[in-house]
Each structure stands twice: as structure tokens, then as C-alpha cells.
Design a protein around this ligand. Structure first.
Ligand SMILES: NC(=O)c1ccc[n+]([C@@H]2O[C@H](COP(=O)([O-])OP(=O)(O)OC[C@H]3O[C@@H](n4cnc5c(N)ncnc54)[C@H](O)[C@@H]3O)[C@@H](O)[C@H]2O)c1
Length: 259
């Protein structure tokens, strides 16, 4: 394992990848990992905010790199893992967080729109999980192999009018997670987080209608989560305290879905 600068924290000496780490939930997870001592690679589509995040990660003591890669495309994902291998040598934790939301009535959703959402959210998760597993399993069998964390959504369970492609892609992530947890056991633990509404660009007026946001706020806790409240769960799933946890889907959702 490559050493962090701080040498302290529950993830000290570990290396993590967070896709979609340039803002929102991914940024919060990357920062929380860095504060726990991990070195971190973040990947994003093409965000100017990434540079600032890299500064924040380094200020927290992490060796941090950013990689621009479209997770829906195989070649950039392969290149991303090659860069991680070259920079860090090993990978302990992979968080497949990159995602997009499209809100549209079914009858106005083209096959291309559907494919675009599924390509980033589900195909992207498949590609990132596969390559993370390949890198983790290449370790000697005597070493702990790693942790994979996927990011689903409460809508995987609730469904949502005018968000069918998104909800379906997030449901697919839960099934992917469960299958990989079985296949990669016992060396890699694979779990999902299914957030409820979180205060990020995804829930801003540019991406989400006021009607959809109102539905999101109709939860027992009746508020948006801070991204850090999702990151806390990711730290748990990446660390030693979750060593007997695999194939689970955690709803950090303010009570929107209960299971
Ligand atoms: N915000 C919410 O309310 C909420 C709720 C449930 C689940 N989620 C999920 O959490 C994850 C993060 O969401 P967020 O709210 O932080 O979103 P966000 O829009 O703030 O950030 C999305 C991140 O994904 C990256 N990204 C988008 N498309 C990409 C691609 N093709 N390749 C690589 N990176 C790409 C962006 O660069 C960015 O870093 C998503 O999977 C989202 O579906 C969000």
C-alpha cells in the first residue's frame, strides 16, 4: 500500500478512487477519505472545480490526482486505471459515484436519452467496478484485496414519475452490487449507498424541477442531506469497521425509503 503523508486515520496508507469526485457527494467522499489518511484519485467529466478539490485533498495530507475520464466509455476507464496503477501501485477502495440525472416524462424520453443515462450510471458503474476488481484481485492472496462502494439512489426503490431512466439505472446498480458482492467474496467487499435528496448541483433548479424537489423534501427528516452526511457512510464502508458487511445497500435518505 502506498503511504499517506499524514499516516493517521482509519484509512491511513490506503489508496482510493472516487469517480465524480470534482463536486457534490464525490467531493465530500474524497475529502473525508483524505482526512482519514487515504491517498485519493478523483475522476470527473470535465469540471473546473476539480483543481480546487485537488488543493483541498492535498491540504488534508493526501497524495491526490485528478483524472478526466468519461466513465461510460471503456477506453478512458482502462486508461484511468493504468494511471492509478502507475501513480499509486495499488487500489484499496473504489467508489463508483459519477452519475447524471435527466428529468422528463416517459413519452418525451427518447431511446437515446434513456441510453445516455444508463451509459453513465449503470454501464459506468460496471466498467469502474470491473477494472477496480481487476486491480484489487491482482494483489497477493494473502493481502486484503479491497472495497467497492457504488452509489445508487432511494429512487431505485421508490421509483419516481418523470425519472424512469434514472430510477431504472439506479435499480440496476443495486443488482450489480449484490451480484459483485457474491462473485468477489471473500476478497472484495461490495456495498451500495442509496442516498435520498442531497444538496448538490444535481438537486439545483438547473437539473431538477421544483415539483421533483418538493417530493424529495417530503421525507420524515424533511430536508436535503449535506454531502458530508453521505460521505460518513462511505468512510464506514471503506474502513475496518465494516469487515463483515457485503452486498448491502444503505439508505442515507432522511427516511424516504425504509427497508
Ligand atoms: N444529489 C442527490 O440528491 C442524489 C441523490 C441520490 C443519488 N445521487 C447520486 O450521487 C452521485 C453523485 O451525485 P451529485 O449529487 O454529487 O451530482 P453532481 O452533479 O454534483 O456531480 C456529479 C459528478 O459526476 C461526474 N460525472 C458526470 N458524468 C460523468 C461521466 N460520464 N464520467 C465521469 N464523471 C462524470 C461529474 O463530473 C461530477 O463530478 C450520482 O451518482 C447521483 O446519481 C445523488
Amino acid at each position: 500500500m502506498s503511504g499517506s503523508l499524514s499516516g493517521r486515520g482509519s484509512l491511513a496508507g490506503r489508496t482510493a478512487l472516487v469517480t465524480g469526485g470534482s463536486r457534490g457527494i464525490g467531493r465530500a467522499i474524497a475529502l473525508a477519505f483524505a482526512r482519514e489518511g487515504a491517498n485519493v484519485a478523483i475522476c470527473h467529466r470535465d469540471d473546473t472545480s476539480a483543481e480546487k478539490v485537488i488543493e483541498e485533498l492535498r491540504a488534508a495530507g493526501a497524495h491526490a490526482i485528478e483524472i478526466v475520464a468519461d466513465v461510460s466509455r471503456e477506453d478512458p476507464v482502462l486508461a484511468m486505471f493504468a494511471e492509478i496503477a502507475e501513480t499509486f501501485g495499488t487500489l484499496d477502495v473504489a467508489v463508483s459515484n459519477a452519475g447524471i440525472l435527466r428529468e422528463a416524462p416517459l413519452l418525451e424520453t427518447s431511446a437515446a436519452d434513456f441510453d445516455a443515462v444508463v451509459a453513465v450510471n449503470l454501464r459506468g458503474s460496471f466498467l469502474v467496478c470491473r477494472e477496480a476488481a481487476r486491480m484489487m484481485l491482482a494483489r497477493p492472496e494473502t493481502a486484503p484485496a479491497g472495497r467497492i462502494i457504488t452509489i445508487s439512489s432511494d429512487l431505485a426503490f421508490l421509483g419516481r414519475e418523470e425519472m424512469s431512466a434514472y430510477s431504472a439505472s439506479k435499480g440496476g446498480i443495486v443488482s450489480l452490487t449484490r451480484s459483485l458482492a457474491r462473485e468477489l467474496a471473500p476478497r472484495i467487499l461490495v456495498n451500495a449507498i442509496a442516498p435520498g435528496p442531497v444538496d448538490t448541483d444535481m438537486t439545483s433548479a438547473e437539473t431538477m424541477s421544483a415539483e421533483a424537489l418538493a417530493k424529495d423534501l417530503a421525507t420524515p427528516l424533511a430536508r436535503l442531506a449535506r454531502p458530508e452526511e453521505i460521505a460518513d457512510l462511505a468512510v464506514f464502508l471503506a474502513g475496518d469497521g465494516s469487515s463483515f458487511v457485503t452486498g448491502q445497500c444503505y439508505g442515507a435518505n432522511g427516511g424516504s425509503a425504509m427497508y
